[in-house]
Write a protein that binds this ligand. Structure first.
Ligand code: PCA
Length: 200
């Protein structure tokens, strides 16, 4: 199988984004499956355009988008993408989202095709804190998650797609007041999640 895995670039004043740092460290092959890694800009619509181009070029079987969820203490595969965007933080184009629906004719929500329960079980077995999340928020991460689901629904029906949020890296929380996770645990968590998705 071919797996396209993406990571966002740093945003919101951060110098690093654990998502792209962890994605870059993944091997090029897992259990004989090809891993294609892609950095995406933290920009509404532009992120989806970049991922669409990669899907068209690579025709992956599975797409996994990875983003930072600062404040979370575990790796959290997301259950559902919602057709709504809002937020006061400008994206990396300097603009905030236009509050409202992402796609005027899209469903209110799309459930992921990834086996999120099995992924969480596999991560916990590997000793990595993990739990299912029922909300990817309303910012660029949910936007991209939703747009990939919308593309799948309309153009790529055989695709399996989903989103994984990961915590801050220790360097991002030097005052220690917020949870973080080591890069090696993030990479291990993504690796066993990919294995679980492929085996499903
Ligand atoms: N996290 C943000 C956008 C990019 C990222 O890594 C989010 O959760 O929406």
């Amino acid at each position: 199988m071919k797996i396209l895995i993406t990571g966002f670039d740093p945003f919101g004043g951060e110098k690093i984004n654990p998502a792209i740092e962890a994605v870059k460290k993944l091997p090029d092959e897992i259990d004989g499956n090809q891993i294609i890694k892609l950095e995406v800009p933290t920009i509404f619509y532009q992120s989806a355009k970049v991922v669409r181009e990669a899907i068209e070029k690579e025709r992956p079987d599975i797409v996994i988008n990875v983003g930072q969820a600062g404040g979370r203490a575990a790796i959290t595969p997301e259950r559902i993408a919602i057709n709504f965007q809002a937020g006061s933080t400008p994206d990396n184009s300097g603009k905030g989202p236009k509050e409202g629906k992402i796609e005027a004719d899209g469903a209110d929500g799309y459930f992921t095709q990834l086996p999120i329960k099995k992924m969480v079980t596999a991560m916990r077995k590997a000793g990595i804190p993990a739990e299912i999340s029922n909300s990817a928020g309303t910012y660029v991460c949910n936007h991209l998650f939703y747009e990939v689901q919308y593309m799948r629904r309309h153009e790529f029906p055989n695709l399996k797609a989903g989103f994984i949020h990961i915590p801050f890296l220790p360097d991002q929380v030097k005052n220690g007041r917020r949870p973080s996770m080591n890069l090696s645990d993030m990479v291990a968590g993504l690796t066993v999640s990919i294995k679980a998705a492929v085996a499903d």
